[in-house]
Design a protein around this ligand. Structure first.
Ligand code: KIV
Length: 290
């Protein structure tokens, strides 16, 4: 069982919070959208580690411990093999590393689809063992009953529709959704169903822009876009994608930095200095006291 501890700033590399902060709550995020209008868009990024959470926390309203960690952290081919244990360990680390953002943890494939009871058992485990504020699960109308069941029992749920990566085997790939009339109508119907079931927010991923806008307008709760539209009520990206850590990213990613380039330059400089024996220098070695 994973436990959330307070960071001991005396013994860890952790950056302590500069001042006591009040963490954002799910109801506060839900209230961002009033009568169909969100004046202050919701900012969300993924985070998988305590240090990453520390760096992103102050800038985000929500940190998502996404099951994309399967590919990003574990080098898996998709999010399908991700386990509850992985989500619990990374979820607890992100909660430990953050003070301000509401932390959401993805329910992994196979942990919620069977029945509302199965979903409750696993969602409760995620809340208890990570300290997160709520869970996210994928699926449209078929998941509405489960979302209502969890919400009625005290578990805040964020929905995820459109391109749902856990269904990659059914979808046959990661292409944009909503290009046919039937697909577009289904996405909007899914959004309405999840909203009515009590989802506090809904991620709409990889859908053609007019459908992302229609889904946003159709919902009373905030709709968070990823490959959607700037007119959604907020945005989410995988942090490693927007930081430029990967060469291959989906079209909807904007790279705000070239972290892969920086890491490569630093590793090259380190390797050179080790080989020429100029590292460690006098500053990095312990000398006998005079
Ligand atoms: O797993 C994930 O990172 C996600 C986001 C991309 C929305 O679900």
């Amino acid at each position: 069982m994973s436990t959330t501890f307070q960071i001991d700033t005396a013994t860890s590399r952790a950056t302590p919070t500069p001042a006591p902060m009040k963490r954002l709550t799910v109801p506060a995020i839900r209230r961002r959208k009033q009568d169909g209008v969100t004046e202050n868009p919701v900012v969300m990024l993924t985070a998988y580690t305590a240090r990453q959470a520390q760096l992103l926390d102050a800038h985000c309203d929500m940190l998502l411990v996404g099951d994309s960690l399967g590919q990003v952290i574990y080098g898996l081919p998709s999010s399908v093999p991700v386990t509850m244990e992985m989500m619990i360990n990374h979820g607890a680390a992100v909660v430990r590393g953050s003070y301000h953002a509401a932390v959401l943890v993805d329910m992994p494939f196979g942990s919620y689809e069977q029945s509302p009871q199965q979903a409750f058992e696993n969602a409760a485990r995620l809340l208890k063992e990570t300290g997160c504020a709520g869970v996210k699960l994928e699926g449209g109308e078929a998941m509405a009953e489960t979302i209502a069941f969890l919400t009625a029992r005290g578990i805040p749920v964020m929905g995820h529709i459109g391109l749902t990566p856990q269904a990659v085997n059914l979808l046959g790939g990661y292409n944009a959704r909503g290009r046919s009339e039937a697909e577009a109508a289904k996405i909007v119907a899914d959004a309405r169903a999840l909203d009515a079931a009590g989802a506090f927010a809904i991620v709409v991923e990889g859908v053609v822009e007019p459908i992302a806008i229609e889904a946003t307008r159709a919902c009373s709760c905030p709709v968070i876009g990823i490959g959607g539209s700037a007119q959604c009520d907020g945005q989410v990206l995988v942090a490693e994608d927007m930081l430029g850590l990967f060469e291959r990213v989906p079209r909807f990613v904007k790279r705000y930095a070239d972290m892969a380039g920086l890491v490569s330059q630093a590793a090259e400089a380190y390797a050179r200095e080790v080989r020429e024996r100029s590292f460690p220098g006098i500053e990095q070695t312990y000398q006998p006291k005079a």
